[in-house]
Design a protein around this ligand. Structure first.
Ligand SMILES: C[S@@+](CC[C@H](N)C(=O)[O-])C[C@H]1O[C@@H](n2cnc3c(N)ncnc32)[C@H](O)[C@@H]1O
Length: 292
């Protein structure tokens, strides 16, 4: 039933959700019931509470057709966020597209670590986000620090266009600027906070990733070269020049990469201040300052 074909126009929301949940579970999607609810809520223009409170409402033809298409696409392992074109990150509603990484909850660790170093809520911090993608890290920081200013930079023009749209939707355009660039190479000036979540998957590991990631996140957002650390080696040498003497940088990294990243940072003349674990206990970020 990977084509979602069991969903009929006259089904109630309860029946349609159950049929789709079953189809998704049968296609090997563990959270099939949850995903079915999210997709159905999207189709009827409501939320998951509507599915409970209005469970006997019947789907019309167009809704049944749309839901069938979405369930088939999810069965083929397209992530729900990509089907809906949006993702919640740090409680912000962000648009996503095929040009950007689907923001991960783990990356909220970088936001929390950066905020600790920007204690004044109204501080006029200057923030840079390298490899901004959807703009998620920068936009979360600007939301929490209403006096701050930010630059988001990415190698992908399509990513920059999407990040700008997210900034506009969140009313953050007046405190943010987005530009295409190759890490910090063409940048002058200094920042109080630099955040970066560069691609860090070793090239040969990409083939083994879940289809939701391998087939839908852009290669440029994943591929960290032979050992996964190539982007750090390219980015880190410019960090020292771009950090103001009292500034800090927070870099996200992958499972078991924190020690290697710390070495790259120290070799570039930065002082490692600490490591930040995500909710599963993985050392997810390294925090550095300019060495004194
Ligand atoms: C892992 S994604 C992170 C996206 C976003 N910051 C997030 O946390 O969801 C890495 C990003 O780095 C960008 N990137 C890759 N190489 C780059 C380069 N040489 N210069 C700038 N950005 C680059 C990719 O286009 C991608 O958007």
């Amino acid at each position: 039933m990977a084509d979602g074909g069991a969903i009929a126009p006259d089904m109630t929301l309860r029946q349609a959700a159950a049929a789709a949940g079953q189809a998704l579970r049968a296609a090997g999607i563990e959270d099939g019931v949850l995903d079915a609810g999210l997709l159905l809520a999207h189709v009827i223009g409501g939320d998951r509470l509507t599915l409970i409170c209005d469970a006997d409402r019947r789907l019309d033809d167009a809704q049944a057709r749309k839901f069938t298409e979405l369930v088939a696409a999810r069965s083929a392992r397209k992530p729900v966020s990509r089907l809906l074109g949006r993702r919640e990150f740090w409680s912000l509603e962000l648009s996503i597209s095929g040009a950007v990484l689907d923001p991960r909850p783990d990356s909220e660790t970088a936001v929390a670590a950066a905020l600790e170093q920007m204690p004044r809520v109204d501080g006029a911090y200057r923030i840079a986000d390298f490899g901004t993608g959807s703009g998620c890290l920068l936009l979360a920081l600007l939301t929490e620090r209403p006096g701050a200013w930010g630059l988001g930079l990415d190698r992908s023009l399509a990513a920059i266009q999407l990040a700008k749209r997210n900034a506009r939707d969140l009313n953050l355009s007046e405190r943010s600027i987005f530009m295409v660039g190759d890490w910090g190479r063409a940048l002058v000036g200094q920042f109080d906070m630099i955040v970066a979540n560069p691609p860090y998957i070793a090239t040969t590991d990409i083939a083994g990733l879940a289809p939701e990631v391998r087939c839908h996140d852009p290669r440029r957002a994943l591929d960290g070269g032979a050992d996964g650390l190539a982007a750090y080696r390219a980015l880190v040498p410019d960090l020292r020049r771009m950090l103001n003497p009292a500034g800090h940088a927070v870099l996200e990294c992958g499972h078991e990469q924190a020690a290697d990243l710390a070495e790259i940072l120290e070799t570039a003349g930065l002082r490692v201040e600490g490591f930040h674990a995500d909710l599963s206990g993985v050392q997810r970020c390294v925090r550095v300052a300019v060495a004194s």
